[in-house]
Design a binder for this molecule. Structure first.
Ligand code: ZN
Length: 86
C-alpha cells in the first residue's frame, strides 16, 4: 500500500488519501475543504503559528512524533532514482 503523506504538515501515516474530507490527525487539515479555501502553504503557516500542535483527540500523539522533522522531510526534495534529468 502506498504511503499517504499530508501535503500540509508532512505527516506520513495518514489512514486515507489526503482528499474527500479526510482529516489529517497531525495538523487538522480537512482535505477538500480547508485546502479549497486556503493554499497548503497558508494552512501550513497557520498550523506553525499555533505552535504545530497535534490536532486529533481521537488519534493519540505518536510517541516519537516530531513536527519539525516531519515538515523538513516534506519540504526537502527526495532523491528520485528513476529520474534521468540532471
Ligand atoms: Zn497534516
Amino acid at each position: 500500500m502506498e504511503q499517504q503523506v499530508c501535503p500540509v504538515c508532512g505527516y506520513d501515516e495518514l489512514e486515507e488519501p489526503p482528499q474527500d474530507f479526510s482529516i489529517c490527525p497531525a495538523c487538522g487539515t480537512e482535505f477538500g475543504y480547508d485546502d479549497f479555501s486556503m493554499t497548503r502553504e497558508e494552512l501550513r503557516r497557520r498550523w506553525l503559528e499555533r505552535g504545530a500542535p497535534w490536532f486529533s483527540t481521537h488519534t493519540p500523539t505518536p510517541p516519537r512524533w516530531d513536527p519539525v522533522r516531519q515538515l523538513a522531510q516534506l519540504l526537502t526534495p527526495r532523491e528520485e532514482p528513476d529520474r534521468r534529468e540532471s
